[in-house]
Design a protein around this ligand. Structure first.
Ligand code: FAD
Ligand code: SF4
Length: 514
């Protein structure tokens, strides 16, 4: 039966059963579409990375002898919407059958369900397949926590370690301890030097010119399109993985939470895009890390690899499970009723707050910030200021190279903004300047004074922190994880409380000028 098989831009899994033998009846379809470039304003490097990866993947299928139809964004046959292009092709080329891999976004899942029903009406059958990428099923997390209102990562993480036999000794953790998070919170010593991130430097001028000609609205910067840094093929991805394992793993855990204006990736792996596009499989990443550690146990402590394994087998799968358990309602949650607009400088980095100007600036330069920059700088400020989660979602979904809704929205609305009321994270991640100063080298060269809470030059995080807790007392006071915040607030003199709240209000009024 002549079959059309759809491959979405984040389904570039070379090991999928589809490709293991040549099927003369199957035609593979990849499309660059306006429906994907335009649903938010994406970073130029994100669009380029996806298109470059898709083009290389389509080419590799052709080289293996598969029949491939590839529509570039400027192809006259391209209808720019998934259902329109597929329907047109099916009718023109007389396909009898349509197949797709289950998408990871709700939006696309709905679109493909509707398309399949429409095709059925005209006598074309459809079938879907698993992407063969994730380590847990779409509903596995919901089943694991059946009957409970909130989810707890640790319990899911332990289940996943057992299920995939990762760092295990029978039914027990290899070292007798499950979690080494407490060992992984060091700040960078002043004179410490870390390895430079591995950049591939490929020419993507053709894609950039096409996007400009089509007037696709993008954000961010790509200084030299002849030297694009991100890996977009499996071979390049394997080099990035190898570089991480050999050069960065040794301090991954130690400096996982550290920040400095001198570096943008530090000891982080930069593997999220490669995994999210499915060019690399999470288990092969974990196996490479564990194998390297096994051969270098004297040089690499266990806490480095446990921390890394937890991010992938734990957090990454946990966020995906949470997404499928709670969508579509999840995308509308706003537990703290935040309504403020995102400050203008989130789009330019033009703020006097050094932590924010650096975290946003590097995001615009590289389409990347590491986890603590996203959570405890940009996310922290937005939560303290009360920015609407819709605005935050659009920003995070656009700016990062790895941003796909299943992992972006759970991290943003859930972990970072507490807009889900504590489904994925048990407390709001907010801090005053104290934490940022402890974990970074930002405050020393900031326009604001990290120690001052009120008055000229006081760090905005300090008063906004108390303003946040004061205005959300009803929701947060009974949260056991909020700890000593409210007793400390109550012990403060009333005039000090008032001064802090007034300072915060003053800053919020001029938020675009901070
Ligand atoms: P490393 O620090 O080297 O970590 C290794 C891997 O662990 C990552 O590649 C990633 O696959 C996984 N991982 C680590 N933390 C998480 C997490 N919280 N959730 C899911 N996976 C995790 N990650 C995305 O992939 N896409 C997003 O759109 C995204 N948006 C985020 C938004 C906010 C507000 C926050 C706080 C976090 C977000 N994250 C997102 C999670 C995390 O910040 C990135 O996965 C990580 O920074 C990617 O860089 P890396 O590959 O160098 O990660
Ligand atoms: Fe950020 Fe405040 Fe430190 Fe400046 S003083 S870098 S605004 S935390």
């Amino acid at each position: 039966m002549p079959t059309l098989r759809l491959i979405l831009g984040d389904q570039l899994n070379h090991a999928h059963a589809w490709y293991q033998k040549k099927d003369n009846h199957a035609t593979y379809l990849l499309m660059e579409m306006r429906q994907e470039t335009d649903y938010v304003a994406h970073h130029i490097q994100k669009v380029v990375a996806f298109f470059a990866a898709m083009r290389a993947f389509g080419e590799s299928l052709r080289e293996q002898g598969h029949r491939v139809i590839y529509y570039t964004l400027d192809d006259p046959q391209n209808q720019q919407s998934l259902p329109d292009t597929v329907s047109k092709l099916i009718q023109e080329e007389s396909f009898d059958h349509f197949e797709y891999q289950l998408p990871d976004e709700w939006r696309l899942d709905q679109q493909l369900k509707t398309l399949s029903a429409d095709l059925h009406e005209i006598g074309v059958s459809s079938q879907y397949y698993d992407t063969e990428h994730f380590l847990s099923g779409r509903t596995e997390l919901a089943e694991h926590f059946k009957g409970r209102k909130t989810y707890v990562l640790e319990s899911f993480y332990r289940m996943m370690r057992k299920k995939h036999n990762v760092l295990m000794d029978g039914n027990e953790p290899l070292t007798g301890q499950w979690n080494y998070d407490a060992d992984n919170r060091k700040s960078l010593p002043k004179k410490h030097q870390w390895p430079e991130p591995l950049l591939v430097e490929k020419d993507v001028s053709e894609i950039v010119a096409m996007l400009q000609k089509a007037e696709v609205k993008t954000i961010g910067r790509l200084k030299d399109p002849t030297k694009f840094g991100w890996a977009t093929t499996r071979q390049e991805g394997l080099k990035v993985l190898d570089y991480f394992v050999k050069n960065l793993l040794v301090h991954f855990g130690d400096y996982q939470d550290a920040m400095t204006p001198e570096g943008w990736a530090l000891y982080h792996s930069r593997l999220s895009f490669l995994m999210n596009a499915k060019l690399l499989h999470p288990l092969e990443v974990i196996e490479a890390v564990v194998e390297h550690w096994q051969q270098n146990q004297e040089a690499i402590s266990f806490s480095q690899i446990e921390g890394f394994v937890r991010q992938i087998i734990g957090w990454r799968e946990y966020m995906r499970g949470g997404y499928w358990a709670k969508m579509p309602d999840y995308a509308t949650l706003n537990k703290l009723n935040h309504t403020r607009s995102l400050p203008d400088w989130y789009w330019t980095g033009d703020t006097k707050m050094h932590c924010l100007s650096h975290a946003i600036g590097q995001s615009l330069d590289h389409a990347y910030a590491h986890h603590i920059q996203r959570l405890m700088v940009t996310g922290n400020f937005a939560l303290l200021a009360g920015v609407h989660p819709d605005e935050l979602d659009a920003w995070y979904l656009g700016i990062y190279i790895d941003a796909i809704e299943w992992v972006e929205i759970t991290n943003t609305r859930g972990m970072s903004q507490f807009a889900d009321g504590g489904i994925v994270g048990t407390k709001p991640y907010v801090s005053s300047a104290n934490y940022i100063d402890k974990m970074s080298h930002y405050c020393g060269s900031c326009h604001y004074d990290k120690k001052k809470k009120t008055g000229e030059g006081a760090c905005p995080f300090n008063s906004l922190y108390w303003h946040f807790y004061d205005r959300h007392r009803d929701t947060l006071e009974k949260n056991p994880r909020v700890g000593m915040v409210y007793p400390t607030w109550k012990r403060m003199k009333e005039e000090d409380q008032k001064a802090l709240l007034r300072q915060a209000e003053d800053y919020l009024e001029v938020i675009n000028d901070l």
